[in-house]
Design a protein around this ligand. Structure first.
Ligand code: IPM
Ligand code: MG
Length: 369
């Protein structure tokens, strides 16, 4: 047995709202499978976050939950939000729970791979030849920019108008640390980085571009280009395979990663990792949200969350083989024509959330021989 198999891996599970709990159930089954079949040991705790935490504790992230998140190796996060909490103040909204976790754990680097599984080539809204073999890594800055910039708020003006303010702000160190993550990743991939901003209208974008160009000089082996964010969105749907690593700020990263996700056939397929300094906590979550419209129906796609767990195995727990095993199992199940509603295609077998889990476990067992 390897060292990592003797270790106990601590993990906090925060299923959250909407379809979060349903898809997380399937991850728990994969964890149990890993314990029974691969000798991994997990020390799992679970708590509420988001709207559910607001209902139970009066806040979207209780202090004790945050404390626990800081102690564990990784947090597995489901999803937060729903119209039920629309009237709640911003600082108590479900989303605030997630934003606080990102900020407090200093998870500045959000890795969002957009990978097209071959059996799903036809599920994309783009032509198959545009997405077949697609493999993009979006590196989104996660603890800065307009999401956290001050001042912010809505003020009443003396003329009876109201004024809403948010501030886009970046400092050099923030651009440098995310830049290094992107360039280091590119070296392990196809050696290409695209940095995206709006340097044509925003000073913070100009600073972003100038600092990225400085970092690029340290990586002569990596091909580098700038691209305005609007153009980047357009290029993603025109010819997505031109990209390898895209590095961008918090807000553009939020938008571009949704676009990239859809190219792969479904938002329900995309995992993500939010990382800070090495060994100081991490959070893994599907890119899709809480999808309140389909919550409780047992039809949500658990694959993005299962693939997020695979990322946790790879990046936090040093169990790369098990991560690959999960990814292979997902591919296998898709190849067999098993589909949840969001990726359903003619002639394929439509399954529920838990049935998808059954198929994943069966594929794991088959591939583990
Ligand atoms: C995401 C989500 C979040 C974000 C929300 C839920 C706060 O859209 O992770 O992409 O805007 O970052
Ligand atoms: Mg988003």
């Amino acid at each position: 047995m390897s060292d990592t198999q003797n270790k106990t891996h601590s993990m906090l599970i925060l299923p959250g709202d909407g379809i979060g709990p349903e898809v997380m159930e399937e991850v728990k089954r994969v964890i149990t499978w890993m314990e029974e079949n691969r000798g991994l040991k997990f020390d799992i705790s679970e708590d509420h976050v988001g709207g559910r935490a607001y209902d139970e504790y009066g806040v979207p992230l209780a202090d004790k939950t945050l404390q626990k998140a800081k102690e564990v190796g990784a947090v597995m996060f489901g999803a937060v939000g729903g119209s039920k909490w629309d009237g709640v103040d911003y600082d108590k909204r479900p989303e605030a729970g997630l934003l606080t976790l990102r900020k407090e754990l200093n998870l500045f680097a959000n890795l969002r791979p957009a990978l097209c599984f071959e059996p799903l080539v036809d599920a994309s809204s783009l032509k198959p030849e545009l997405v077949s073999g697609l493999d993009i890594m979006i590196v989104r800055e996660l603890t800065g920019g307009v999401y956290f910039g001050e001042p912010r708020g809505i003020e009443e003006l003396s003329n009876g108008q109201r004024r809403g303010v948010n501030t886009q702000v970046y400092e050099t160190y923030e651009i440098h640390r995310i830049g290094h993550v992107a360039f280091d990743l590119a070296r392990k991939r196809r050696g290409h980085v695209t940095s995206s901003e709006k340097a044509n209208v925003m000073e913070s974008g100009l600073l972003w571009r100038e600092e990225m160009e400085i970092i690029a000089r340290d990586y002569p082996d990596v091909e580098y280009q700038n691209m305005l964010a609007d153009n980047c969105g357009m290029q993603l749907v025109r010819a997505p395979k031109q990209f390898d690593v895209i590095v961008t700020d918090n807000l553009f990263g939020d938008m571009l990663s949704d676009v990239a996700a859809m190219l792969t056939g479904s938002l329900g397929m995309l995992p993500s990792a939010s990382l800070g300094e090495v060994g100081k906590g991490a959070l893994y979550e599907p890119v899709h949200g809480s999808a309140p419209d389909i919550a409780g129906k047992g039809i949500a796609n658990p694959l993005a969350t299962i693939l997020s767990f695979a990322m946790a195995l790879r990046y936090t727990y040093d169990c790369g083989d098990e991560a690959t095993l999960i990814e292979d199992a997902v591919n296998e199940v898709l190849k067999d024509g098993i589909r949840t509603a969001d990726i359903q295609q003619e002639g394929k077998t439509l399954v529920s959330t838990s049935e998808m889990g059954d198929h994943i476990l069966a594929a794991l067992t088959k591939l583990n021989k």
